[in-house]
Write a protein that binds this ligand. Sequence first.
Ligand SMILES: Nc1ncnc2c1ncn2[C@@H]1O[C@H](COP(=O)(O)OP(=O)(O)OP(=O)(O)O)[C@@H](O)[C@H]1O
Ligand SMILES: [Mg+2]
Length: 339
Amino acid sequence: MKNFGNVVEFEELRSYFYTDVGTVKAVDGVTFDVPKGKTVGIVGESGCGKSVTSLSLMRLLQGPQGQIAGGEIRYNQSSKHRTVDLAKISQKEMEEIRGNEIAMIFQEPMTTLNPVFTIGDQIDECIEHHNPKMKKEEIKARTIEMLKLVGIARTEGIYQSYPHELSGGMRQRVVIAMALCCNPQLIIADEPTTALDVTIQAQILDLLRELKNKINASIMLITHDLGVIAEMADYVVVMYAGRIVEQGTAKEIYQEPLHPYTIGLMKSRPILNESVDRLYSIPGNVPNPINLPEHCYFKNRCEKCMVRCNGAYPRMISITSTHKVCCYLHDKTVRIYHH
Ligand SMILES: Nc1ncnc2c1ncn2[C@@H]1O[C@H](COP(=O)(O)OP(=O)(O)OP(=O)(O)O)[C@@H](O)[C@H]1O
Ligand SMILES: [Mg+2]
């Protein structure tokens, strides 16, 4: 590890899909840290590589097309006092870590829940799997405790219920309880509230925020909604077409967004109690991930585009020790020629 205060360090991660029509560079040189006990928000439009980044970490990329093509995902495995590169360890070693030390909450709760077993059975099984010596009564007690932790009342009734008997919000609470039942070091939440109604979304976010203070886990929160991140994250990573274009503390990103893409995302964020005729959306489309240009990928959609932007893909510029941006506007080492 570069820093033992981190639980994960991504370094130059590249994850590609080798398809019949060409190589999709879904993630192409991504470097960022997830500090212990902190929440890192990953944001960007659809297709920018957020899920592929987290699936790479969990080693759940769809093979044989999907492959980690390069880079490292260093993981500070405190249970064994060692650092492992998740990009390279065996599937067997990964199975011990996945769901145990690193848990995942998906957008759609039914991807995690099995429709034919009761909620109680499913959480019990999860606890039993990770604690084979635990007694039946102890397991059930822990399951009930987890259900209470995620704000479920009438736990005995829910324990006996099947997933289809619960509402979407309740199911997502159950999934969160399942993710937490093994005391993970890291929780990956990929669009955990997108499938829910706005009011329920707010409840689940409140729950996650509350849990964040109760448990000492790091959270990687993936969303296309900067509003969600503002409420939750300590650090923000902004992705565009498989690369990071800006990163910093949440305060830096909200108070002083620098990349024209981040500024565009900010403008397209709905603001509570403010009525607008039409929500702003950044004009233009994300480039084809199979044939990415040599220059900045955002160039054709950028309001601030300059002649310089026709050159090589811009390098990452450090503005502060935490705030970094990948844009010629902020590169003081090159002369800027305006149109
Ligand atoms: N199995 C696959 N085969 C080929 N390409 C894929 C596959 N999975 C993802 N991709 C491509 O990888 C890129 C990144 O996808 P990813 O799912 O990470 O996006 P995302 O940022 O999570 O988007 P969303 O907000 O829609 O969930 C996209 O261009 C996508 O089409
Ligand atoms: Mg996704």
